[in-house]
Ligand binder design. Structure first.
Ligand SMILES: *Cc1c(COP(=O)(O)O)cnc(C)c1O
Length: 375
């Protein structure tokens, strides 16, 4: 059993996807073809944000957001330590310093009380706090109310890393609309994925949108061959946009609901055996991952090898938090421990999750886990 079965999805959507790709092959506008603009409008509409600017991948999307606000050397940017490396990597790429923050033990998202602690520490150490990057980890929107309050209080920009969050919502607000600026990824295994790399930035600010549109094409001016700033080459190509136009329809009409139904089956089957995902009030997750906690590292590892023994793929996101990565061995903010992140990385495991998983498949998985735990 595959962790994310993309071939099942393709079989279901094959006719529409093939036709849409063929349209691109016929008009041959591979970069900035009409599909790109159409997709950007649909994504803006879906998330309720004024502008969507697509780009090469979710990492570039973060980079473009940081560049648009001039984040630079000497700035401190607060990042949860329990996330994918790109969340902090892009901060480092700008020359700024990622300051790590522990996560909440229930939601696995950035912990507001620890963020406040980290901000005070940064100020005491004469750093220049500029921004915070909350992540919608495993598809669960972050606690935007508490984070926004803290950001306002300390004059921080909020950059939502919605790479895993697309489709989720909180208080009726969609993921990718929660930050001052938000980003997502269309990596194939994300909730909304294309057939390669892709990403997007979301903003309500006209000026920031124009600026990012320039940055993604080498810092172009109104004349494409007059470059007015240092930018990047980071565009979503028309074939990927074509794929996403088809997949977005499937995503909004049934795939998101299906992910939640599957999570519900898992919950029912595992409720009495493991720590199932905890969703705060008024929250819908896109279930980028279905991640549970076991009692110990030893049990987690045993569960994983038992699943593997039965041909079922599972993953451990993340075995190492960012403060434990070699690249950050000299980061000034790792003088302290991050107990919640450390406990979670030892006991977490993510089970197969994609919209085409059957109830029988979830049962095969959960029976194996329950058997391991009863030994
Ligand atoms: C996947 C991911 C990214 C990076 O997206 P890419 O499209 O792979 O560059 C950034 N942040 C988080 C939290 C992610 O999961």
């Amino acid at each position: 059993m595959q962790f994310v079965d993309l071939t099942k999805q393709y079989q279901k959507l094959k006719k529409e996807i093939d036709d849409k790709i063929q349209t691109v092959l016929n008009h041959a506008k591979f970069i900035s073809g009409p599909e790109v603009g159409e997709l950007e409008e649909k994504l803006a509409d879906y998330t309720g944000v004024k502008h969507c600017i697509t780009c090469g991948n979710g990492t570039d999307a973060l980079q473009l957001a940081l560049m648009a606000y001039g984040i630079k050397a000497g700035d401190a940017v607060f990042v949860p330590t329990f996330t994918f490396y790109a969340t902090a990597e892009t901060v480092s790429m700008c020359g700024a310093t990622p300051v790590f923050v522990d996560v909440d033990r229930n939601t696995f998202n950035i912990a507001p009380d620890d963020l406040e602690h980290a901000i005070e520490w940064a100020v005491d150490n004469k750093m220049n706090p500029r921004a915070v990057i909350p992540v919608d980890l495993f598809g669960l929107p972050y606690d935007y109310k508490s984070i926004t309050d803290l950001a306002v209080k300390h004059n921080l920009l909020v950059i939502e890393d919605g790479a895993q969050g697309f489709g989720g919502s909180i208080d009726g607000k969609k993921a990718c609309s929660l930050g001052d600026i938000s980003t997502t990824s269309f990596f194939p295994t994300k909730p909304l994925g294309c057939f390669g790399d892709g990403g997007a930035v979301f903003t309500n600010e006209d000026k920031i949108s124009d600026y990012i549109k320039s940055l993604r094409v080498h810092g172009k001016g109104t004349d494409k061959y007059d470059n007015i700033r240092t930018g990047m080459n980071s565009r979503l190509d028309a074939i990927q946009a074509a794929v996403l136009l088809v997949k977005l329809e499937a995503f909004r009409s049934y795939e998101l609901a299906s992910r939640n139904q599957i999570a519900g089956w898992y919950n029912e089957q595992l409720r009495n055996s493991v720590r199932i995902p905890i969703l705060p009030e008024n929250c819908i997750s896109s279930f980028a991952q279905y991640s549970i906690l076991l009692e110990s590292e030893e049990k987690r590892d045993r569960a994983q090898s038992a699943l593997r023994g039965h041909g079922i793929d599972s993953m451990v996101y993340y075995k190492k938090s960012l403060h434990q990565q070699t690249v950050y061995r000299n980061n000034p903010s790792i003088y302290r421990g991050f107990p919640n992140a450390e406990t979670i990385s030892k006991t977490v495991i993510s089970l197969p999750m994609h919209p085409y998983l059957t109830k029988e498949e979830t049962m095969r998985c959960t029976e194996i886990i329950r058997n391991v735990l009863n030994v």
